[in-house]
Design a protein around this ligand. Sequence first.
Ligand SMILES: [Zn+2]
Length: 189
Amino acid sequence: MFSRGDMHTITLNLAGLKLFSQSTGLEISAAKSDLFCAGVDKVMVDRIQALSGFKVVIWNTASVPKHQFLTWLAFKQRLLTKDRLAKIGLIEDQMCCLCSNGNESHSHLFFECDYSKACMAMLANWVGLQAQQKTLQQLVQRIARNCKGDKLRRQAYSAIINALVYFIWRARNDKMWNNHKWTVEQVVQ
Ligand SMILES: [Zn+2]
């Protein structure tokens, strides 16, 4: 859910969530939820945190919020990849539609898939980032380690990874739902 960072909008959203809980019996666990904030000052972040009870995470301002949000979902393995859809019985065919060479899971899609490897290799060439990590978690840790004390560089690398995850997922959706294939060059550009 995306929301403006003012108290009126936040209050309305929380009221909406409360209504949702009352009508469905499902409750959001504040302890297990993160709230992402961009472009709001520390005072506002503290007020939002006190009101909602959620853990507030400040967004990297170098990244586009929707890229960052998607990477967060991928990081937490919450994207509806084919292995997850198959597990709940919605589909049978788990084959990755980008490379047709392995079942689609988070680790396949972002690290083992020949298509995303080609995207990553092209990008690595441009920015000098060599990535041999196997999971998004490892990659993020590696960037944090390598860029210790260099916030700008870390933000730049993070923004690149966020954009790459976003465009790989978009290419996957376009192929899966519209049968339209993006070239590696289109994804990276
Ligand atoms: Zn693949």
